[in-house]
Write a protein that binds this ligand. Structure first.
Ligand code: IFM
Length: 740
């Protein structure tokens, strides 16, 4: 295994504070902590989140992923003056997130206004081996003279979600002059959260405690000699009533058992868990540009820390556990962009993510019924309760004072088929009959039932009217190609699996067959273009060049109203191209290529879900240059130079799509009809790609160059596979020469 990459932040810059707080966030799927600096800066958003801890601030609100009381903040005084990098001079500075160990480290030399120099080292991690544990360490060394250091830190419950307070402070305590504990309850969901922190100050320091204005603090004061390091450690635990009846005592017991081990020993244990992760799931890329490996490692790191693999009651928010964007809500991003990574590396986790949907099937049926449909209509945005969480209105138009309704909850129905698609993918990968007979079939049938009731007769065909496809710049349209084909697939697969598992329901089968016979499926026109919907191709076009140059910023909405954008051929993100990615065999390659170029020209890529999907389809179309270019651009969504790109959290789906591009684009893997196939399209810049796979109970490793393909079975029975159109029986290892 190659050493995993390091994400650097080499300058202290107020503009990018929040971006790096997201990018360098720490976590383990249970807990997520933003990489806000220990000391405060105006505009810096701190954040600590626990998967599943949602709350509504008021009855009219939708749920927020609650920003919990902070334990990473510290007020540092040197000789009575509050330390800030905005004062004095920062002589050298580096912040590094080591993906190999999951540790964040900030190191710099700072000169105060009198010219005295101090070396600071801040370290912290969220334990990978223990869901509830996090730790930090501060080392301050005065380089020129003796100094008095004071640190004030504790548990700060003044945190809010952009001003909304979700927690009642129930109790604050100090135990044994060493452990601070705050217990809080969410105002609406009634979840208890117990946060504890132990303070490990240097011998001889003076410690005092205080509790005021929702802040429980310890103040540590120590006089140090020149070049004598002041070392301070803080170990914390977070427990909630979601997972344990008595989170207060669990948190204290955990802290007692662990905190005496100290920061370095705890880090070592957590590092071992990270190393195991990289060994099992890491991808190796030999590229002319080392950034490709960095971006891949970064994507895998974040997919791991965003996924609540420990608990099927929760799923992955659009920003993971790194920020409050989209209020921590769960979208189709999970099933289509993130689940595949888990499916092909640890199917149990993929199953839990599907079980999350299954657990909310009843709520989805209620939503369908409320809207006059049968079956299950999953919410466009989901949180803890499984109810629709999409805010009713978008941001206010400050010129008119009006708010535009968000139409997604009403019509972005493709999520129903996306969930069904993920169920089928899961089965193809695992052949898990137990799951399919129970949760899988129920999900497939109820989602199929929804589509059957959703379609309306128009002459001798069935139409699906008034929807939003993946392209959210085109609303309230009829027969969106993505939606119709995916709905067709949903019903077709439901019928297939009903037949496979002898789950006969004659009425459903007959209605399903009628649906398949009559559903209108838009065909390529005389120019081989598949109409995105009934009217799209007749709408006027405009030159999108300026908007593509500022993609991701939705700048078009400054020049045109949403209604105007809706009446032009303008896409926010992959729509028909998305369909061609998910169902690659629907159309001949020539049609796929024509549509890729046609729709790309009309796509601004204002959504982060767009670029990597274009990369995959371009790779399959043998457009190596475009595929690699789109891949690189996708990698820059979080890691690029834009100082605000990820202020409210990383782009979870886009990170998932970086992995998707390597697998389904460059390795060009597919599992159609339950058979694993590869038809590699390695970019010119990559000389080798190596990755692990879990497939139908086998552990595999795949290695490919431009000339050679090699797949090794590490465990499990023999397997039939296909490489470059040639069939093989994989017993141990198969090698295939790639003929140009
Ligand atoms: O699910 C996406 C959607 O496709 C585009 N807007 C953002 C959502 C959350 O990532």
């Amino acid at each position: 295994m190659k050493t995993k990459q390091v994400i650097y932040d080499n300058y202290f810059d107020l503009h990018s504070l929040n971006k790096y707080s997201s990018v360098m966030a720490l976590g383990n799927g249970y807990l997520g902590v933003r990489a806000a600096h220990e000391e405060n800066y105006t505009g810096q958003t701190r954040g600590m989140y626990v998967a599943g801890v949602y709350n509504k601030a008021s009855a009219n609100d939708t749920s927020d992923l609650v920003n919990l009381p902070d334990i990473s903040g510290m007020l540092i005084e040197i000789d009575g003056k509050i330390f800030s990098m905005l004062e004095g001079d920062v002589l050298s500075y580096q912040r590094a997130l080591r993906l190999e160990t999951g540790e964040l480290r900030r190191e710099f030399i700072w000169k105060d206004k009198t010219g005295a120099r101090f070396q600071f080292v801040f370290q912290r991690f969220v334990a990978k081996n223990q869901l509830h544990l996090l730790a930090s360490k501060v080392t301050v060394t005065s380089l020129d003279q003796p100094a008095r250091i004071k640190i004030i830190t504790g548990i700060d419950a003044q945190q809010t979600n952009f001003g909304k307070q979700h927690l009642i402070e129930e109790s604050v305590r100090v135990f044994n002059e060493e452990i601070l504990q705050g217990v809080y309850q969410t105002t609406e969901t009634g979840i208890t959260i117990a946060i504890a922190a132990s303070i490990h100050a240097p011998e001889g320091s003076r410690i005092s405690f205080s509790a005021k204005n929702r802040q429980l603090n310890a103040a540590i004061v120590q006089d140090i000699e020149k070049e004598e390091p002041f070392v301070f450690e803080k170990i914390g635990t977070v427990y909630t009533s979601l997972e344990i009846a008595n989170p207060e005592s669990a948190g204290l017991a955990d802290l007692e058992a662990n905190s005496l081990l100290g920061y370095e020993a705890l880090l070592e244990k957590s590092t071992s868990a990270w190393q195991e992760f990289w060994l099992q799931k890491g991808i190796e890329i030999q590229s002319t540009d080392a950034f490709d490996q960095t971006a891949m490692d970064f994507a895998l790191y974040h997919m791991e820390i965003m996924t609540p693999a420990h608990d099927e009651r929760f799923s992955v928010g659009a920003k993971g556990l790194t920020g409050e964007g989209y209020k921590g809500h769960v979208f189709w991003d999970t099933e289509i962009f993130i689940t595949p990574f888990h499916l092909f590396t640890e199917p149990e986790t993929a199953k839990k993510l599907l079980r999350y949907r299954y657990l909310h099937l009843q709520k989805a049926k209620e939503k369908a019924a409320q809207n006059g449909y049968e079956g299950a209509l999953f919410p466009w945005e989901s949180a803890l309760s499984g109810k629709e969480e999409t805010p009713e209105f978008a941001a206010i138009n400050i010129r008119t004072g009006t708010r535009q309704k968000v139409a997604s909850a009403l019509s972005e129905h493709h999520i129903v088929a996306d969930i069904a698609f993920a169920v089928v993918q899961y089965f193809q990968n695992t052949l898990d009959e137990e799951f399919m007979k129970n949760e899988g079939l129920a999900l497939l049938k109820e989602t199929a039932q929804f589509w059957i009731s959703r379609a309306v007769e128009e002459g001798d065909k069935l139409s699906i009217k008034d929807v939003i496809g993946p392209d959210e710049y085109t609303e309230h349209i009829d027969n969106n190609a993505y939606t119709n084909y995916m709905a067709y697939y949903n019903v077709e697969q439901a019928l297939y699996f009903i037949n496979q598992f002898h789950d006969a329901d004659e009425q459903f089968v007959s209605r399903g067959k009628d649906f398949l016979n009559c559903l209108y499926l838009p065909k390529p026109n005389e120019n081989k273009i598949i109409p995105q919907d009934d009217t799209f191709l007749s709408k006027p076009e405009i030159d999108l060049t300026p908007y593509k140059q500022t993609q991701g910023s939705q700048a078009i909405l400054l020049d045109y109203s949403r209604a105007e954008v809706n009446e032009m051929q303008i896409l926010k993100q992959a729509d028909t191209v998305m369909l061609l990615y998910l169902l690659p065999d629907l159309f001949p390659k020539e049609v796929v290529a024509k549509n890729l170029y046609y729709y790309e020209e009309h796509t601004i890529h204002d959504s982060s879900l767009s670029k990597a999907i274009h990369a995959i389809v371009a790779a399959r179309c043998d457009d190596e240059e475009a595929a690699y270019r789109f891949f690189k651009e996708a990698c820059l969504i979080d890691l690029g130079p834009n100082p605000h790109s990820s202020d409210e959290g990383i782009h979870a789906a886009s990170l998932g799509a970086i992995w998707l591009t390597a697998m389904f684009g460059f390795a060009n893997m597919s599992q159609v009809a339950e058979r694993l196939t590869f038809n590699p399209k390695l970019p010119k810049n990559w000389s080798e790609l190596t990755f692990p796979l879990t497939y139908q109970g086998r552990k595999l490793t795949v290695k490919m160059t431009h000339e050679h393909f090699e797949i090794t079975k590490l465990s499990g029975p023999d397997l039939d596979i296909e490489i470059n159109g040639r069939e093989y029986r994989l017993s141990d290892r198969v090698e295939d020469e790639i003929k140009k």
